[in-house]
Design a protein around this ligand. Structure first.
Ligand code: ADP
Length: 612
């Protein structure tokens, strides 16, 4: 069960078929295990609720404790329509509840997603508490306050001569199982879509996902709304299942239970919340009912939770998935001691191919200054690069090289000064938009998507160019993105990682990771590529290979390289800019730089070998 790979499995409908078979078999098999139908139904409702939460948390990495607000919203809207308002259509009411929860989710998401990490989680807790209060106080006339809304009807279907009535227990089961099945089919499509792939990239490394050109805020909001819609529909089912909409749907404890069930079952699996709910509710039935432990059952459950989290960090299904993956990819997953030499395939064309695209100064910086409090990282830098140039930047540690690159790619805004790229003023733009225009960089410290494979990493970057910064193609398969495979294969061949394409990043050798770091920048076909110390930490042999790779990439685009390996830069670059104490010390050809006295002084006079 490997729902966490971004490429559709070889048998794309296998999971759907197994799910359908299991749901059909359940009412015939489970009674032999003394499973109460009401427990099974509750598991399905929690499972459906959790599918959306898993997309939000397991896939996108956003831990929300506010799902009870959306569960309650969907539930109470549907229940109000079906009871107080006398609306007769149960399924339509459930859908209206779902839409209401999605709309509320959109607004809540806009607020909560202004922050990340623990602050995001804290805002969602506050929001859950606000909804709970509102349900009990100002809105109690509509929600029934602490009494909830009794008398929620169950659905029935009139299909010509066939009248289906779903009441309680096993009679309601087919309806809930069908809803769960539709929920899973939709979710599997979402996580196999290009947007689903970007959700995972955000979970792994939001900074890089934005830097390769994705509007991560819009994707996070999308995941939040999807989770809200699932929560809203499940909330409505809760009322239908109990013939009563309980006020405790809104309680923070509901959110907590959902988080714990998902963690127990396995995050990033879609089926984890169902498995977690099964463990939780069967244990509850068994410990409370059969063993008569009363409230003490929670203590046992707590122990089970601690043991599972300690020994199976990715939950039950996550553990099963890792176990299966271990065996299926044992052969490929060994890090290579002898990295495959770069193949130097013909470079992929940049967006604006040289010769028929931009000519003249592709990048100009004027008076670029960056101050961090009292620290002046860059001061009044004037810098011009012409299309087709390969420029080197050198300077001692702390000279301001990395800060300069961060300003050029709009990762940090300059304190003053202006930047022009291809004739357009990009000062103050976002890093995502600048990447979309064709200017990007590779990082000094690798910024990769660690739990994804090499091929998936490159695909994430390529998708930003092929689809733009945001697209809601949730029902489209990643395999249908035109040109994706060609672009990924080409990039991998170029950096010599084609044979390692299915290996997770965490298992790569260091030199391979450095080449993948360059591949991520290359995959979006930039017309201007900035490389921050691409040779750092490499062995002499890897350096020679990578210098060859850089030369090959530069044939087709403009590049600026920062590195401490002066021999390599003098060999590669047509011109070199030397930075010192945040300013341009000197600029010239490698020969001029080697002979320049101020440069030799800057390097403590110890580099007569500069001229060697
Ligand atoms: P280099 O890449 O040449 O080693 P940097 O651009 O990393 O230099 O740093 C230049 C100066 O700016 C250093 O003194 C560094 O301490 C300072 N600096 C860089 N980033 C920050 C930051 N985020 N906050 C405060 N000071 C910073």
């Amino acid at each position: 069960m490997n729902a966490d790979r971004i490429y559709t499995p070889r048998r794309p409908l296998l999971l759907e078929a197994i799910t359908a078979a299991a749901l059909i078999a359940a009412p015939f098999v489970l009674p032999y295990f003394d499973a109460a139908p009401n427990t099974v139904n509750r598991i399905l409702v929690w499972g459906l609720f959790g599918i959306g939460f898993d997309i939000l948390f397991g896939y996108t990495g956003l831990l929300s404790f506010g799902q009870s607000a959306l569960y309650g919203t969907g539930g109470f809207v549907a229940a109000y329509l079906l009871t107080v308002a006398g609306f007769p259509y149960v399924i339509t009411a459930l859908v209206i509840g779902m839409v209401a929860a999605a709309v509320v989710g959109y607004v809540v998401g806009l607020i909560a997603l202004r922050r990340t990490g623990i602050y995001f989680a804290m805002i969602t807790i506050a929001i859950a508490e606000v909804f709970f209060f509102v349900e009990f106080n100002p809105l109690s006339e509509w929600t029934g306050g602490e009494n909830g809304l009794p008398g929620v009807p169950t659905p029935s279907l009139d299909l010509g001569s066939l009248h289906l009535r779903f009441t309680t227990g096993w009679s309601l089961y087919p309806f809930l199982a069908f809803c769960y099945f539709v929920g899973i089919v939709v979710a599997l499509r979402i996580v196999r879509s290009p947007a689903g792939a970007i959700f995972r990239a955000i979970r792994e490394n939001p900074l890089r996902a934005a830097a390769v050109g994705h509007n991560i805020h819009a994707y996070k909001l999308t995941a939040f709304v999807i989770a809200a819609a699932y929560a809203g529909f499940a909330g409505g089912l809760l009322g239908v299942m109990q013939a009563f909409m309980p006020p405790d749907a809104f309680m923070l404890e509901t959110s907590g239970q959902l988080v714990m069930q998902t963690a127990i079952g396995g995050t990033g699996t879609l089926f984890g919340p169902l498995a977690g709910a099964a463990v939780w509710l069967f244990l509850q039935d068994f410990l409370q009912g059969t063993l008569g432990l009363g409230a003490t059952w929670k203590l046992v459950l707590g122990l089970v939770f601690v043991v599972l989290v300690c020994f199976l960090r990715q939950g039950i299904l996550g553990g099963v998935r890792n176990f299966v993956a271990l065996f299926s990819s044992k052969a490929e997953s060994r890090p290579s001691d002898t990295p495959e030499p770069a193949s130097f395939a013909a470079p992929m064309p940049a967006r604006h191919e040289l010769g028929n695209g931009f000519t003249g100064p592709i990048l100009q910086a004027k008076g670029l200054t960056k101050r961090y409090g009292g620290v002046v990282a860059n001061e009044g830098i004037d810098f011009t690069v012409n299309a087709g140039d390969l420029r080197g930047i050198i300077g001692p540690n702390g000279a301001g090289k990395s800060t300069f690159f961060k300003m050029l790619t709009c990762e940090v805004p300059p304190t003053s000064g202006r930047i022009t790229f291809e004739g357009r003023d990009i000062t103050g733009m976002r890093v995502t938009d600048v990447c979309q225009l064709g200017l990007t960089k590779s990082y000094q410290v690798n910024q990769l998507f660690n739990r994804l494979t090499v091929r998936e990493n490159v695909a994430i970057a390529a998708l930003a160019e092929l689809r733009g910064k945001f697209r809601l193609d949730l029902m489209r398969s990643l395999l249908d993105v035109k040109g994706l495979d060609a672009q990924v294969d080409h990039t991998l061949a170029l950096v010599g990682l084609a044979a390692r394409r299915d290996v997770p990043v965490a298992q790569l050798a260091y030199g391979e990771k450095r080449r993948l770091e360059i591949a991520l920048a290359l995959a979006s076909s930039p017309s201007l590529l900035l490389l921050d110390e691409p040779l750092a930490g490499m062995s002499p042999r890897e350096r020679v290979e990578t210098v060859g790779l850089l030369r090959s990439i530069a044939e087709d685009r403009t590049m600026i390289i920062i590195d401490h390996d002066m021999d390599a830069l003098f060999e590669l670059a047509g011109r070199i800019t030397v930075l010192q104490e945040g300013r341009v010390l000197v600029e010239g050809t490698p020969e001029e730089i080697k002979r320049n006295e101020r440069v030799q002084e800057a390097y403590l006079g110890g580099l007569e070998d500069l001229a060697a």
